[in-house]
Design a protein around this ligand. Sequence first.
Ligand SMILES: [Zn+2]
Length: 115
Amino acid sequence: MGKEKGPEWTEVTIFQEPEKAGGNFQVKCWHCELVFWEGATRIRGHFLGQVACGVKKCTKCPQALKKQLQDIDQAKREQETQKRKVQDLDEAVAALPQGPTKKQSTLKAAFGKKK
Ligand SMILES: [Zn+2]
């Protein structure tokens, strides 16, 4: 229950409780009365008209709300991109050859062979 819900949740009302514990709620949009499956991304997608979220676009979304959710959506995306960048960096570092110690020992081994 500790998970905080964003402002998008105040724009919908619970339409139907889940049939099983842990299942998904169905929510109803306060503005256009469309009923769809819950999810912060889906709710934002509904108001912002993002086809990828699988929910039909809100026909009565107020401009102010749209702007607010757009900002949240943008921030989430940037967070994701940032996370991905750090992951890429980690992978790049892991793929690098080992430090100078290994190279030195390889050189020594090469010299050793020549003698
Ligand atoms: Zn709506």
